[in-house]
Design a protein around this ligand. Sequence first.
Ligand code: GDP
Length: 459
Amino acid sequence: MEWDTIAAISTPIGEGGIGIVRVSGPEAVDIVEKVVESSSGIKIRDFPSHTLKLCRVKNPDTGEVVDEVMVSVMRAPKTFTREDVVEINCHGGAAPLGATLKAVLASGARLALPGEFSKRAFLNGRIDLAQAEAIIDVIRARTGKGLSAALDHLEGSLSREIRGIRDDLSGCLARIEVNIDFPGEDPDAEVTTEELGKNLSRIEKEIEKLLAGAGQGKVLREGLKTVIAGRPNVGKSSLLNALLREKRAIVTDIPGTTRDVIEEMLNLGGIPVRVLDTAGIRPTRDEVERIGVERSERALKEADLVLVIMDASTGLLEEDKGVLKKAGEARCLVVVNKSDLVEKVDIEGWEKLTSRECVAVSAKTGWGLSSLEEKIRGIIEKGEKVREGPLITRVRHEEALRKALKHIREAREACSLGVPEDIIAIDVREAWTSLGEITGDTASEEIVDRIFADFCIGK
Ligand code: GDP
């Protein structure tokens, strides 16, 4: 397949030591040749592949030099997009990058759409869909553990596992077809429904194993959504600040947070924890406050973990019980704050009163914070031993796996009920198709477009 040549600035906007204009497509070398002159006098088209050379970029209309750059020519097919790629390392500022991009566009390249480089890598078979998604996850990884899960996918571990299962399913299908098309002709190639049921049951277990890590995988990618709740003045903001102060070096702001719900990111032993400090939860008549409270309640519903803060010095109040009730079914940890104000916190007493796991802290002195963090980590890891092999980190993958699992179970049950093989084959084929959505082998154009639309320009 041949396309036009695309170009974009691939580094973030702002000042930096370098910024890169990436050009990809059949005309990439010729287009850059028109605007770049190497210091050594060697033509760009004669550059050895995958080496850097000092050059100058010129405005194609005026001949004026717009930046001094390092240029690398990477010849197809050993490139990210599998097309010819030229990267121009400019000085990292808006003016030199803008002028260089403009020169390249004026010479015949088209501005790349968001994610178009990666989409070409996918369409040209350099990476599959799960690997393309992993690029974004590597870029957005919040902690070391999140990064290694994403790199694992980028390297293809998930794709390999999915392909293995799909191959097993096509094996089953092939043998069913022999049974149907050539009954009795080749007993070795035929399969009994008992054998088929056994194979399906093995595949079912493999998928279940993959799904078992989905909860943890999601947390690694998106962070554990933790909501700090409690009546006014129990020390919610103080606790958030105390947690952040300890981890200041790795705090990042998350865009899109509202005034009423502050969201921050903590790194607890490699696990990203998104902490939301909500507006005080209490009945109110004030319109603005009411909206804040509504948002808090929504955050509570969507939380992976709720930290209900209470005040050791006042004991459990009616209002605290109200907050506990609002937390409802969510995984919940009661944090008894202001422990510095009392002689001793009777944790067992609190646990009896609240019927929840409790931990005593003082946001003011920092006492107990490490055991709070320890408890949060324990909650994440509880019951979900980190599995060997790839973790399912995306809802899209999880849904495809669940769909496949449902069809495989149906097919397996059908085997034991003596349902005709052509009917069983329908479910097996559906499972095979669902799994193909993960790697992109059977994904619709719409799914592919949606995935790349999540990328930004230059990726
Ligand atoms: P919020 O309304 O729940 O966010 O509560 P704040 O964090 O604003 O705290 C309310 C008041 O309690 C402030 O005066 C804090 O200084 C005080 N406070 C918070 N945590 C502690 C603590 O651990 N010990 C003591 N002694 N005071 C605290």
